[in-house]
Design a protein around this ligand. Structure first.
Ligand SMILES: [Mg+2]
Length: 255
C-alpha cells in the first residue's frame, strides 16, 4: 500500500486534520476515464494499426506505405486543434481525421474514410481493457460512495464493460465544456447530487484532473501509475500508484 500525501500536509499537522475532516464529508467519487480506468493510448494505437493496414491494403501507394501511426495521430491532433471549441463530438473529429489522412496520402475518398472509421471504432471499443485495479476497487467503494465518470474522452460505460457501475456520468463532448474548466466539475457535482467539497476526484492528469479539481475546491487524488516526478506547481491532495490505494485514503483499511 503506497499513499503519498501532499508533503505540505505532513509539515503542518493542522492541515492534515482538516484534510481528514474534508474526507469525512465525501459522498461521491468522480473518476477520470482515459489512462485512469483504461489505457486509452494503447487501445487507440492498436486500433489505428488495424486501420493503417486496411488503408495500405486498399491504397498501396508509396505515400500510403510510408504512413505511420504517429503521423495519423498528428493529423488527428492538428484537426482537433483547428476545431477546438467548435466541434465537440470526438467521433466526428476522428472521421474527419481519416478524411484528412487519405488526402495526405494523395487518395481523398470519403467512403474509404468512413470504412476506415468503422474499422477503427470496432477495435477502439471492442478491444478496450480496464486496468486490473478498476473492478476490485469499485467493488469496495460502491456500497459506500456514489461512483461517477468525468471524462474528456468518449468511452461510455457500456463501451468498456462498466455499464451500470456509475451513479453519474459526465462527458465533455456532451456538455461542451472540458476539464479543467470549473464548469464541468460543477455539472458533475450537480449530477452527483452533492456539493463540490463532498466529491473526491481521481485522475491521471495534473492539468485536467488535479488542477481542475483543486480550482473548485474538490479534493483530489492524482493517479500516478508510472511514478513520474511532479515538477509542476500543481499539488494533489493525495498521490497513489494504484486505484487499490484509494479505499485506505477514505479510511476503509486495506484494499
Ligand atoms: Mg486521463
Amino acid at each position: 500500500m503506497e499513499v503519498r500525501t501532499d508533503p505540505r500536509f505532513n509539515r503542518y499537522p493542522d492541515l492534515l486534520i482538516s484534510n481528514r475532516e474534508r474526507l469525512l464529508q465525501i459522498s461521491a467519487i468522480s473518476f477520470d476515464g482515459d489512462m485512469t480506468l483504461w489505457d486509452f493510448f494503447k487501445v487507440m494505437r492498436h486500433s489505428l494499426g488495424y486501420t493503417l493496414a486496411e488503408l495500405q491494403k486498399q491504397r498501396p501507394t508509396p505515400r500510403a506505405l510510408n504512413l505511420t501511426i504517429d503521423k495519423m495521430i498528428a493529423i488527428r491532433e492538428q484537426f482537433a486543434e483547428e476545431v477546438k471549441g467548435e466541434v465537440w463530438n470526438l467521433e466526428a473529429i476522428r472521421l474527419k481525421a481519416f478524411e484528412r489522412t487519405l488526402e495526405y496520402v494523395g487518395c481523398p475518398d470519403r467512403d474509404l474514410a468512413a470504412h476506415l472509421n468503422m474499422i477503427y471504432r470496432k477495435h477502439r471499443f471492442e478491444d478496450i481493457e480496464l486496468y486490473p485495479d478498476v473492478v476490485p476497487t469499485f467493488d469496495i467503494l460502491a456500497p459506500h460512495f456514489k461512483l461517477g465518470l468525468l471524462s474528456n474522452g468518449n468511452t461510455y460505460p457500456e463501451r468498456c464493460g462498466l455499464d451500470g457501475r456509475f451513479a453519474f456520468v459526465v462527458f465533455a463532448q456532451d456538455v461542451e465544456v472540458e476539464k479543467p474548466n470549473p464548469r464541468i466539475f460543477e455539472v458533475t457535482a450537480e449530477r452527483a447530487g452533492c456539493e463540490l467539497t463532498q466529491m473526491l476526484h481521481v485522475g491521471d492528469s495534473l492539468k485536467n484532473d488535479v488542477a481542475g479539481a483543486r480550482n473548485v475546491g474538490v479534493p483530489c487524488v492524482w493517479l500516478n501509475r508510472e511514478g513520474v516526478p511532479n515538477d509542476t506547481e500543481t499539488q494533489p491532495d493525495y498521490e497513489v500508484a494504484s486505484l487499490s490505494d484509494i479505499p485506505a485514503i477514505l479510511g476503509m483499511g486495506e484494499a
